[in-house]
Design a protein around this ligand. Sequence first.
Ligand code: SAM
Length: 210
Amino acid sequence: MIYDQQTIHAYEDIKRIAKKYPGRLLDALECFSQNQYDCKTWLLDCLNQYPHHFKYKTRDSIDIAILGGWYGLMASLVSTEFKLKPINNIHSYDFDPIAKQIGKWLFPAVDFIEKDITELNINDKHYSIVINTSCEHIDQSLLYKSIDSAPPKTLFVLQSNNMKEIQQHINCVKNVEQFTEQYKSRLEKIRAYELDKQRYKRFMIIGVKK
Ligand SMILES: C[S@@+](CC[C@H](N)C(=O)[O-])C[C@H]1O[C@@H](n2cnc3c(N)ncnc32)[C@H](O)[C@@H]1O
């Protein structure tokens, strides 16, 4: 094992979580699992290859929203691995105050916003990209509302899965065809993807708000 300053920080974080939120320790460690990492780097690989002209053409840099951002891993990886344009702001929205608190320890550079996405009007913001890797946790009407409240040409990146045996997964899809079908009337230029994780399948679509 390499014992360096980063390793020391990581163990300090684990200690802090275990002391203050012992019931959340396993959940917080899950966000560093190989599976979580693979699904999020897969997203960035596909997004970096998606041909898109951003709607604010005159701007040098763009704003990005992450919905259901959990402890901030997605936002953190976007900030280092997104290649299409310079980024101005990345906002990681989640309604869970403990996720925000733990996330600030794990990813201090991430801008966490504690908010229910029910109350988020994307039209009031300047997001060029909206990423939601938590679709399986969120009611379908709310996912539609998040798209309907965004200006045309906003780029959406959505992930879900078929793991319906997990209690918190209230909105799984059977396959990538069903996932695409749900968004066909709202998004155009859709590219659909599937990642086989053996135990389950992860689905993703990237598309532009009509
Ligand atoms: C278990 S986590 C993330 C799992 C997902 N596979 C991922 O890695 O992105 C799901 C997150 O969605 C958040 N969430 C669910 N409904 C929400 C809502 N209406 N507004 C904001 N956050 C929400 C939860 O608080 C939780 O942090």
